[in-house]
Design a protein around this ligand. Structure first.
Ligand SMILES: *Cc1c(COP(=O)(O)O)cnc(C)c1O
Length: 485
């Protein structure tokens, strides 16, 4: 360590001479110089990302341009408040950046600024959702969201029989709706029935592990019937929406939240959109206006957050500019094609898919008919550089040992993978699954299964061979974002 620091100082004699500091550190040392241990770890992670097959449906590879904004001096600035109304000085540039991000957000989703507004300050998707709840609900108000084991998100109110797991279920009363166990589709009829009885103030349409399109019109009708507000949480699919390759929730929702780092491929952050303008006209012809703008903005700041993450807002703005291009549309079209190719190939390889296929960027493999589960297949996949995650399938009892594996196409499509490459990816998954099957017959509990993978020489050799083939395959593809490999 000491040697490295000295070297850094020797490299900058002028700076050293002109500063009156009594210490050598200037803050201009590179990461490699300043913190070789962290630099090493980040290099390892880079390598892992480049050599592996990234199939986690919520992940993507952000552009170098967006990463540059993310790693910029914008990190340094406090700017509590909103453009033009800040609690700090020196925000004239930050104001421009936030306004640019807002403008690009509306443009990326083709929204009229008279009808929609957006708050780009939420730190991520979960805080964006909580901001919306804080804006439009009072404590103990009722909400309905898709149940977590059925493909919903924690923040939509998840609780178990014994525990209110999500803070959403602690502060609000939540009733889930479910997936139809036969079709694998959202059970709209049951949702409607429950909503009539439960009378929620807010209904949420949004999913983390659902491979079909959402019927936003149907949600709107149900919301109108029970006088609920309609929130669409498009966290997973916002890139596909921006690309215009799947239906947009903006046609029907009152509020829309999203992450910015999943299919949208930006810096890690969140956004909350709200309707503006005339909400309805009453019998006497009087216009009733939406009141969501002030409520959402006040919920984000000062109710929930402090200083905006301006570096993230900068990185999101860069990604939103990209999201408005033809190239981005073409990318999203390819994501859909690749997910379909993966789905077709999986079926040909004897896998069962929840709902039988996909209309978006992900597939949910139901491993139960093959006598397997998500945890075992995920573990083998991880050992051979295929990154995917276990997921509950409709009807699963345990979230710790769920029957499904969730596979997304967005990240590898960003590396230029085409349909035939995804067929190859499925071949690798099939090989990993075969190993899981073999080891399962020889072991009992998941713990034994994992121990066997660590100790059995035959299996270790088999996995090493598969990993090598996968690494050699993956490394050939370009990697957005990294300038130095
Ligand atoms: C990922 C996700 C979120 C949460 O986003 P974070 O950035 O992880 O907080 C919220 N809703 C849905 C539907 C998601 O898939």
């Amino acid at each position: 360590m000491r040697r490295v620091i000295l070297k850094a100082v020797e490299g900058r004699p002028l700076l050293r001479l002109t500063t009156s500091r009594s210490y050598a550190w200037t803050g201009q040392e590179s990461l490699a110089e300043d913190d070789p241990e962290m630099w090493q770890l980040i290099s390892q992670e880079k390598r892992r990302q480049m050599e592996g097959l990234e199939l986690i449906a919520s992940e993507n590879f952000c552009s170098r341009a967006a990463l540059e904004a993310l790693g910029s001096c914008l990190n340094n600035k406090y700017s509590e408040g909103y453009p033009g109304q800040r609690y700090y000085g020196g925000t004239e540039v930050i104001d421009k950046i936030e306004l640019l991000c807002q403008k690009r957000a509306l443009e990326a989703f083709r929204l009229d600024k008279e009808l929609w507004g957006v708050n780009v300050q939420p730190y991520s998707g979960s805080p964006a959702n909580f901001a919306v709840y804080t804006a439009v609900l009072a404590p103990h108000d009722r909400i309905m969201g898709l149940d977590l084991p059925d493909g919903g998100h924690l923040t939509h109110g998840f609780m178990t029989e014994t525990k209110r797991v999500s803070a959403t279920s602690v502060y609000f009363e939540s009733m889930p709706y479910k997936i139809h166990s036969q079709t694998g589709l959202i059970d709209y009829e049951k949702l409607h029935e429950s909503a009539k009885l439960f009378k929620p103030k807010l209904i949420i349409a949004g999913t983390s592990a659902y491979s079909r399109l959402i019927d936003y019109k149907r949600f709107r009708e149900i919301c109108d019937d029970v006088k609920a507000l309609f929130l669409a949480d498009m966290a997973h699919i916002s890139g596909l929406v921006a690309g215009g390759v799947i239906p947009s929730p903006f046609d029907y929702a009152d509020l829309v939240t999203t992450t910015t780092h999943k299919t949208l491929r930006g810096a890690r952050s969140g956004m909350a959109f709200f309707r503006k303008g005339v909400r309805s006209v009453d019998k006497s012809g009087k216009q009733i206006m939406y009141d969501l703008e002030t409520k959402v903005n006040q919920a984000v700041f000062p109710a929930l957050q402090g200083g905006p993450h301006n570096h993230a807002i900068g990185g999101v703005a860069v990604a939103l500019k990209q999201a408005a291009t033809q190239e981005f549309k073409a990318y999203q079209q390819q994501v859909l094609k690749n997910a379909k190719a993966m789905s077709k190939s999986l079926i040909e390889n004897g896998f069962n898919l929840v709902s039988g296929g996909t209309d978006n960027h992900l597939v949910l493999v139901d491993l139960r008919p093959r006598g397997l589960d998500g945890a075992r297949v995920e573990t083998v996949c991880n050992k051979v550089s295929i990154t995917a995650n276990k997921n509950t399938c409709p009807g699963d009892k345990s979230a710790m040992n769920p029957g499904g594996l969730r596979l997304g196409a967005a990240a590898l499509t960003s590396r230029g993978f085409m349909e035939s490459d995804f067929e190859k990816v499925v071949d690798f998954i099939a090989e990993a699954t075969a190993i899981a099957t073999e080891v399962k017959t020889k072991t009992n509990k998941l713990k034994d299964f994992k121990a066997f993978l660590e100790t059995d020489e035959d299996v270790i050799a088999k996995m090493a061979q598969l990993k090598k083939a996968i690494n050699e395959f993956a490394i050939r593809f370009p990697m957005p974002g990294f300038s130095d490999h």
